[in-house]
Design a protein around this ligand. Structure first.
Ligand SMILES: Cc1cc2nc3c(=O)[nH]c(=O)nc-3n(C[C@H](O)[C@H](O)[C@H](O)COP(=O)(O)OP(=O)(O)OC[C@H]3O[C@@H](n4cnc5c(N)ncnc54)[C@H](O)[C@@H]3O)c2cc1C
Length: 390
């Protein structure tokens, strides 16, 4: 009998939901994940399963038809989804993150227009910050939104947009005042519907991993949106709104690191008991015991850090420090654990018949997405300094 992965979830309702998602992952996701992954096809039946469980409305307030569950529950769900297939936790990530931004910072009209539809399977969300010349330095974006009567006209190029083709609504970071100092005061976020004239969906990237979900280029060529599309209705707050929403994204990516590492460990410890070398199962060689013990210790620490960051976010305070620490640690150990799982499997790990090679290709995204490890360290250090005034 496998360990109860939901046991660390404090709230009983959340624990039951995470446990149910885990059961679904074992039954529906694990047997099919590699097939969808190798074909690089969007996993419609699995996304439908997630939708049937209400997961796309997990953070939408009840008033708008969502489940309104805790971040602790969300983190647990994402760990479980990634334990089955990392891409599933990616499909839900920008959706939940944008839903959170609308719930927290949207006008009442924006909440009514979007939130009930986000619970439904038809409407997915995408977040579009990154550009050809601006990634970690998000304030260097060049996409502009110019006021024109009751509208804004958006021009610019975006890249690396997850859910870029399938989304119904995009949270887009633009500059309404490119000359503003400090730069963030000139940044405004827009809610852009998928069918706005002049909004062009570009090519889909061929990726190392993170398959099944599309990541694309986008372009805005005099795309005209009404002034009511400004998130929160006020120019100049976009950077702050998106940075706050990225804390939710960092909890998600941290959880993905835990789930993926857990899956690699589960496979490795089973294999180590079956595979014989020098007359005994390899798990009886002390070097492998030490390796497995170190893997398990790292995963346990990452799991607890992730849930801790989620609980901090539940308490309503800014949690960039905790989300940054969790994301940094979980994603870095994920790399290490996945590589150790490969070592334990030996040559067979290199075969596409086992999911190990998928884990190995999926793991690096975690140290890049939602801010690289270098950027997490900068966020952590900046936050720590505030706690130590001199
Ligand atoms: C599969 C995938 C999906 C993605 N999905 C989305 C999405 O949905 N929406 C979106 O907006 N973006 C998305 N991204 C983009 C992602 O957020 C960026 O790739 C990431 O933020 C890094 O930016 P960059 O690629 O421009 O790297 P750069 O910013 O060019 O960084 C390159 C290197 O320089 C380092 N570096 C940069 N600044 C510093 C510094 N101050 N100090 C020390 N080192 C530094 C970085 O750590 C990195 O090692 C996605 C990316 C990928 C690969």
């Amino acid at each position: 009998m496998a360990r109860d992965f939901a046991a660390d979830i404090a709230d009983p309702i959340a624990r039951e939901i995470v446990s149910n998602v885990g059961t679904w992952v074992d039954k529906e996701v694990k047997p099919q994940a590699s097939e969808f992954e190798h074909a690089d096809t969007y996993p419609d039946p699995l996304v439908k399963g997630m939708s049937d469980m209400g997961l796309f409305g997990i953070k939408i307030p009840e008033k708008y038809g969502g489940l309104d569950l805790s971040f602790e529950c969300y983190a647990g769900v994402c760990i479980e989804l990634a334990r089955g297939w990392m891409s599933l936790a990616g499909i839900i990530n920008t959706h939940v993150l944008v839903g959170y931004a609308i719930s927290e910072y949207g006008t009442e009209a924006q909440k009514q227009a979007y939130l009930p539809r986000l619970v439904e399977p038809e409407i997915r969300c995408a977040l579009s910050i990154t550009e050809p010349d601006a990634g970690s330095d998000a304030q260097a974006i060049k996409t502009t939104a110019r006021r024109d009567g009751d509208d804004y006209v958006i021009n610019g190029q975006k890249m690396w947009v997850t859910n870029g083709h399938k989304a119904g609504v995009y949270l887009v970071m633009t500059k309404t005042d490119p000359a503003a100092e400090p730069r963030h005061k000139g940044i405004t976020a827009f809610l852009v519907d998928h069918d706005v004239p002049g909004f062009i969906k570009g090519k889909k990237f061929e990726k190392l991993g993170y398959k099944g979900v599309e990541t694309t280029e986008l372009a805005f060529d005099d795309a005209r949106v009404p002034a009511t599309a400004v998130l929160g209705g006020k120019e100049g707050s976009g950077f702050q709104h998106i940075m706050s929403a990225l804390e939710v994204g960092r909890i998600n990516v941290s959880a993905r690191g835990v789930g993926l590492a857990q899956s690699a460990f589960d496979d490795a410890i089973r294999y180590a008991q079956k595979r014989q070398a020098f007359g005994k199962p390899i798990i009886e060689h002390q070097a492998q015991q030490i390796r497995l013990a170190e893997m398990a210790t790292k995963i346990r620490a990452a799991r607890l850090l992730t849930l801790d960051a989620a609980r901090k976010k539940d308490s309503g305070i800014r949690s960039d420090l905790d989300a940054g620490i969790a994301k940094l640690f979980s994603t870095e150990i994920c790399q290490e654990v996945v590589l150790d799982a490969l070592r334990i499997h030996g040559g067979v790990a290199y075969s596409k018949e086992l999911p190990l090679e998928r884990y190995y290709r999926d793991a690096p995204l975690m140290i890049i997405a939602e801010g690289t490890s270098d950027i997490q360290k900068i966020v952590i250090a900046r936050s720590l300094v505030k706690d130590y005034p001199i």
